[in-house]
Design a protein around this ligand. Structure first.
Ligand SMILES: Cc1cc2nc3c(=O)[nH]c(=O)nc-3n(C[C@H](O)[C@H](O)[C@H](O)COP(=O)(O)O)c2cc1C
Length: 338
C-alpha cells in the first residue's frame, strides 16, 4: 500500500470480529510507534498493551466516547514522560504531547496497513492512571483500540474542503487573493468547463483504483461525489437563477432540463456510493450509466447553457456570481453517508 493511499483510506473502526490479534502483529505496530518523530529525538512515549477484557471494559467505561468500543481485542495506551529529555524551551511548549500523538497516529496507520481496524479513544486520565498504575511523571495521551474489522465496518466521513481550512501567507488570506481571484476567470464557460474536467479526472482515478482495491478507491469516490454535489449547487442556486431571471425561462428551457438531469445524476451517485460502502465492487454498469448521462449533460451545458449565461451577463454580474460560488457554505454540498 502506498503511504498516501494508506493515509487517505484509513478510517476509525469500532466494529470488530471476534478474532484475536496475534502478539506478533501488535509488536509490529509498537515497532512503528517507536520510529515516530520527537523533539531532540527525546522519544518520550511509553506504550501499555492491554488485552485483558475486564481491564479494557474498565478503561472504556470511563472514556466519554469509548463505551461502544469496549469489545476491542487490544488497546494500546500511549503515555508520555512529562519531563522528557528536551530543553526547557521545548518543555514549555509541551512538545512531549505532540510526540505521543505522532506515535499513536503512526501506530493507527500501521495497524490499518496490517489488516486491522482501529480507533483512537480518548481516555479518562485519572481513572486510566489508577487502573493501569501509571506513575505521575507520565501523562496519558490516548489509546488505540484495535481488532480485526467486521465486513462493512469501513465508513466514509465528510471532510472540510481545502479552501475552508487553508490560508496563504497570512491567516485568513485565501490563495485566490494572492494569485488572482476565482472571480478573475473570464467567463462562466471557462470556469465550469475546468471543473467538469477536474471531476472527470477524479472519477477516472477512482475507477482505475476501484478495479484493484475498493478500500483505497473509496476516498476518491468521496472527493468526486462532494465535488459534483458542489458543482450542482453552484448551478442550481447561483447560475441557473441568473439565467432564468435574465431570460424569463423559469418553467421551460435548458436550465429546467439540466435540473431534471441533476436528479438522475444524484441518484446514480447515491447508488454507486451505497454499493461501494457495502464493499461491493460490481458497479461498472452504474458507472457507465453515470458517465453516459454526465457526458451528454456536460456537453449541453458547455455548448449551450454556459455560453448563453455568459452572453446574458455583464462582467460585474459574473464576478458577483463567482464570489457567491466561492463563499457557498460547505454544508450545502458536503454531504455523505446520510
Ligand atoms: C485526538 C483524537 C481523539 C479521538 N477520540 C475519540 C474517542 O474518544 N472516541 C471515538 O470513538 N473516536 C475518537 N477519535 C476518532 C475520531 O472520532 C475520528 O478520527 C473522526 O471522526 C474522523 O473519522 P475517521 O478517523 O474515520 O477519518 C479521536 C480522534 C483523535 C485524533
Amino acid at each position: 500500500m502506498d503511504t498516501l493511499q494508506t493515509i487517505l483510506s484509513r478510517r476509525s473502526i469500532g466494529d470488530w470480529a471476534k478474532k484475536n490479534v496475534p502478539d506478533k502483529i501488535i509488536s509490529q505496530i509498537l515497532g512503528v510507534g517507536r520510529h515516530s518523530p520527537s523533539p531532540l529525538n527525546s522519544q518520550p512515549w511509553h506504550f501499555i498493551v492491554v488485552k485483558n477484557k475486564k481491564t479494557i471494559k474498565a478503561l472504556m467505561k470511563y472514556a466519554h466516547h469509548g463505551v461502544s468500543l469496549s469489545h476491542a481485542n487490544t488497546i494500546i495506551v500511549v503515555t508520555v514522560e512529562r519531563k522528557a529529555e528536551t530543553d526547557q524551551w521545548l518543555f514549555e511548549h509541551e512538545q512531549f504531547l505532540c510526540s505521543g500523538a505522532c506515535a499513536l497516529y503512526n501506530m493507527w496507520l500501521a495497524s490499518y496497513e496490517l489488516g486491522l481496524g482501529s480507533c483512537w479513544v480518548t481516555l479518562d486520565e485519572l481513572k486510566t492512571e489508577e487502573i493501569l498504575s501509571i506513575p505521575s511523571r507520565q501523562k496519558v495521551v490516548g489509546s488505540l483500540a484495535t481488532g480485526y474489522p467486521k465486513e462493512g465496518a469501513h465508513k466514509e466521513v465528510p471532510r472540510k474542503e481545502l479552501f475552508e481550512i487553508t490560508s496563504y501567507e497570512k491567516y485568513g488570506k485565501k490563495k485566490d487573493d494572492v494569485n488572482g481571484k476565482m472571480s478573475k476567470s473570464s467567463n462562466i464557460l471557462e470556469f465550469m468547463e475546468k471543473d467538469h474536467d477536474r471531476l472527470d479526472e477524479v472519477f477516472d482515478e477512482f475507477r482505475n483504483m476501484r478495479s484493484t482495491d475498493i478500500t483505497k478507491a473509496r476516498p476518491l469516490f468521496h472527493d468526486f461525489k462532494i465535488g459534483l454535489q458542489r458543482h450542482i449547487v453552484w448551478e442550481e442556486e447561483i447560475l441557473f437563477p441568473i439565467f432564468e431571471n435574465k431570460t424569463g425561462m423559469h418553467d421551460t428551457g435548458p436550465s429546467v432540463v439540466m435540473r431534471m438531469e441533476h436528479r438522475k445524476i444524484k441518484d446514480f451517485l447515491e447508488k454507486i456510493h451505497d454499493s461501494i460502502a457495502r464493499g461491493e465492487n460490481k458497479v461498472e454498469g452504474l458507472e457507465n450509466d453515470l458517465v453516459e448521462v454526465l457526458t451528454e449533460h456536460n456537453n449541453k451545458e458547455e455548448n449551450i447553457l454556459y455560453p448563453w449565461i455568459d452572453n446574458e451577463t455583464s462582467e460585474q454580474e459574473r464576478n458577483e456570481a463567482f464570489t457567491k460560488m466561492e463563499n457557498l457554505p460547505a454544508e450545502k454540498y458536503n454531504k455523505c453517508c446520510e
